[in-house]
Design a protein around this ligand. Structure first.
Ligand code: AR6
Length: 171
């Protein structure tokens, strides 16, 4: 079964087959993860690729090239804005992880790196979001034993978030 591990740092500097972006519905470059990814990939190229796709629903995931990032693809997924989805936030957040993993599997990728989706500007409480991230990855691996994925990495921005994820992974 694929390994799940945690690293700390700037997600835009990670090496993986796919880097996941914490995107918005309009797929515009923003701040936080999406700002870092758009800037490191090449803002104009990434904006153009996203424009061609147009938009992405909450909980869904779409794919673009990764341009100058150390990756083949960027998988853009739109997390829930906490408090704005009639208590469906946990399902939408889980769907972000599952749909991103599906896109990676469809492309026969081996490695993928996720940020903690929705825990920045979209205000999802960290611990709750972290538990959903790990559980969703485990659910996917259990449901898809034949997946090409060998490694699912969570990239946290802060050492505190890494500690939280490392602790949750022990459960
Ligand atoms: N590398 C890794 N993690 C990061 C980085 C980075 N470079 N920068 C921030 N984080 P956010 P969201 C952490 O706000 O909450 C954007 O403008 C951060 O500490 O990037 O899903 C989009 O365009 C937090 O824990 O994503 C959307 O409009 C986590 O990554 C909106 O914000 C997610 O923070 C999406 O908000």
């Amino acid at each position: 079964m694929a390994a799940i591990r945690v690293v700390q740092g700037d997600i835009a500097k990670q090496e993986a087959d796919a880097i996941v972006n914490a995107a918005n519905v309009g797929l515009f470059g923003g701040s936080g993860v999406s700002g870092a990814i758009f800037d490191a990939a090449g803002y104009d190229d990434m904006t153009e690729a996203c424009k061609k796709i147009g938009s992405c629903d909450y909980g869904d995931a779409v794919v673009t090239p990764a341009f100058k990032l150390h990756a083949k693809y960027v998988i853009h997924t739109v997390g829930p804005i906490y408090g704005q989805h009639n208590s469906h936030e946990p399902d939408i957040l889980a769907s972000c992880y599952i749909e991103s993993l599906r896109r990676a599997d469809e492309l026969k990728l081996k490695t993928i790196v996720f940020p903690l989706i929705s825990t920045g500007i979209y205000s999802y409480p960290k611990e709750e979001a972290a538990k959903i991230a790990i559980q969703s990855a485990r659910d996917f691996l259990e449901d898809e034993p034949g997946t090409t994925l060998e490694e699912i990495v969570f990239c946290t921005f802060t050492p505190q978030d890494k500690k939280l994820m490392d602790e949750l992974l022990l459960w």
